[in-house]
Ligand binder design. Structure first.
Ligand code: ADP
Length: 605
């Protein structure tokens, strides 16, 4: 008995600690967790009543009734533990646990506890003393508890085995081991009543449950994992929605931009020409808006990746100068450029994003400056294998009020609307610029004097790639139409209007055009032996996509240059198509200059 009471006291200390730790932690309130908290409390009561029983049996042997009563209370505590454990097992094994089912299980628990407690109270119980220290109880009350416990074990085993899949899924397998362990202990206890195995075993199982299946931290992590998975799924759905929207909006825009651009080349009466210009300008703004919204959504969904490659900054610079010149149009602005020749030939970074950042600043400078100059300056600081690019874009434009500088990088914020009423914009450009600079661990600062002008400076570190050369490309800014009447192009697109737009844009080159509306027809044509010099292939087509068609052509050993054509022009698409093996990529709405570059590359003699 001495050893038993020692075990009892140790268990009591542990359970008190466990109760303290468990209830001081943040917990989730699932039905099984609630039952476990009752198990913990009942464990405490059971241990306290065990201790009380020891005290009364040793010190107040003469008060038999008192001892029997305390003993029965102790048995009822044990009964409650076993019933709660059974309830726990039943709850976790039920598949679709509704509130109603849970309520019913609760009722059954309380009814059984009530009936069995009365039974234990009414049935006789004898106390047996082996010596003054070693004693135990026996009689029908104790037998009843054994009987109930055995039934509970059978119920639990049936529940777990019938729902084994669910139990494994929810990681409740340890429970099965506990029940087997419990049954063995019960059997040993029944044949050796003086052993006092049950209470320590129940306490042991309570600890085990805490450390395996009922730890609130583990439960919290599980819950967080579920929340993360749900969020990821939602994010995925959002990305898919965005890419579909991009496609849906660009397809009609392709027709608007394509035909209005073509109309500009016609001999139109002056006011009709003005209106066509307005259509071109408005559709370009709409396109800019679609791109901006896609970019910002991608950034906010953490989907925007920085794709680093080796590149020549000189190429980026030349491109930017050419684009800015094109944007200046007839505006009487002095474009001052300055390039630091000590910038290493080949850098490693995301050149298309760097270009996007600087182009946003240059476009704004041109937009918000009526007269004077726009200065585009690039310098560098080299340290080890890192080149810090310092890009500044200065203008003598309208400037920004001091109080607006902080709000400059907030999306959809535009200022001085009374002044800027005629200047188109979305208020997204600088928000995207700032996020891109942050993604590349760079810095952007703004200095501005209202009414005088502004200066945006960006610093971004790029790795230097030593000992390599990247050829400086020729930067085309003007469209050079040529005669390609001896060449043949195949345009593959499921959308009839898109085919018409492509035909209209290609008609300038007098090239022979054939059009098909699906990948199947494209393959048929090629198989029939028709020779083409170039294939323009839309990607998003029903039944067989452009990429699938392209793969089929490759399998057949077709080597005709193939350019991917897609309205799903979110960033990263160009790299995707080039990786697939396409020779080039054109986004819809088709830009006349880009088309011209492709035509020259593949069809000019
Ligand atoms: P958008 O130009 O499409 O309106 P941005 O995000 O690029 O959007 O710019 C936000 C606002 O900041 C602009 O509407 C304009 O009021 C102001 N801004 C940006 N750049 C300049 C600049 N260089 N000079 C004066 N104001 C500017």
């Amino acid at each position: 008995m001495g050893a038993t009471i020692f075990l009892n006291i140790i268990s009591l200390i542990y359970i008190i600690l466990l109760v303290f730790v468990f209830f001081s932690k943040e917990r989730i309130s699932k039905p099984e967790n609630k039952i476990f908290s009752y198990i913990l409390l009942v464990s405490l009561i059971e241990l306290l009543s065990g201790l009380l029983l020891y005290i009364t049996m040793v010190n107040f042997q003469q008060y038999l009734e008192l001892n029997v009563l305390v003993n029965k209370f102790y048995l009822i505590a044990m009964l409650s533990w076993i019933l709660l454990f059974t309830q726990y097992t039943v709850v976790i094994s039920i598949k679709n646990l509704t509130d109603q089912k849970l309520k019913n299980i609760n009722y059954i628990f309380w009814i059984l506890l009530f009936i069995f407690s009365i039974l234990i109270l009414l049935l006789p119980l004898q106390l047996s003393y082996i010596d003054s220290e070693l004693m135990y109880s026996e009689g029908s009350a104790v037998d009843a508890l054994y009987g109930i416990s055995s039934i509970c074990i059978i119920v639990m085993l049936i529940c777990l085995i019938l729902n084994i899949k669910q139990v494994i899924n929810k990681k409740y397998m340890p429970l099965l081991c506990y029940i087997v362990l419990g049954s063995i202990a019960l059997f040993i206890q029944q044949s050796n009543p003086e052993l006092f195995l049950i209470t320590p075993l129940e306490m042991f199982l309570t600890y085990l449950m805490y450390f395996t299946i009922e730890n609130p931290d583990v439960k919290m992590i599980e819950q967080l994992n579920i929340a993360r998975d749900t969020a990821e799924k939602a994010n995925q759905a959002k990305s898919e929605f965005l890419s579909n929207m991009s496609h849906e909006i660009r397809t009609p825009l392709n027709a608007i931009v394509g035909f209005s651009q073509a109309l500009q080349e016609e001999d139109l009466p002056p006011n009709a020409m003005e209106e066509v210009k307005d259509i071109v300008s408005a559709s370009n703004s709409l396109l800019e808006l679609v791109n901006g919204i896609l970019d910002i959504s991608k950034i906010e969904a953490n989907k925007l990746e920085i794709v680093n490659t080796e590149y020549s900054f000189k190429n980026v610079f030349n491109d930017l100068v050419a684009l800015t010149r094109a944007r200046l149009g007839e505006k009487p602005l002095d474009l001052r450029i300055s390039y630091d020749e000590s910038i290493p030939n080949v850098l490693y970074g995301d050149h298309s994003r760097i270009k996007q950042i600087i182009l946003n600043l240059l476009t704004n400078a041109v937009k918000y400056t009526k007269e004077g100059y726009v200065e585009f300056k690039v310098s560098s600081v080299i340290q080890g294998d890192v080149c810090r690019l310092i890009v500044s874009v200065e203008d003598s434009g309208i400037g920004i009020k001091n109080e607006n500088i902080d709000k400059l990088f907030t999306k959809f914020e535009r200022f001085d609307l009374e002044q800027n009423i005629t200047i188109e914009g979305t208020g997204l450009g600088l928000a995207i610029t700032k996020k891109l600079v942050d993604l590349m661990n760079g810095k952007i600062v703004v200095q501005s004097v209202y009414g005088k002008g502004s200066k945006f400076t960006v610093a971004i570190d790029q790795k230097i790639v030593a000992g390599k050369e990247v050829s400086v490309e020729d930067h085309q800014t003007e469209i050079e139409i040529f005669d390609a009447s001896d060449k043949k192009i195949l345009v593959v697109d499921d959308n009839k209007i898109n085919l018409k737009v492509a035909t209209r844009l290609l008609s300038n080159y007098n090239v022979q055009i054939e059009m098909v509306e699906s990948g199947f027809e494209c393959i048929e044509k090629i198989e029939a032996g028709v020779h083409y010099d170039l294939i323009l292939m839309d990607d998003m087509m029903p039944k067989m996509s452009g990429v699938e068609t392209f793969h089929k052509l490759q399998e057949k050993g077709v080597t005709i240059p193939c350019v991917a054509l897609t309205a799903n022009a979110i960033s990263g698409m160009k790299e995707k198509y080039l990786n697939v093996g396409f020779n080039d990529y054109l986004s819809k709405p088709i830009d006349k200059l880009e088309l011209n570059i492709i035509m020259k590359k593949y069809l000019r003699k």
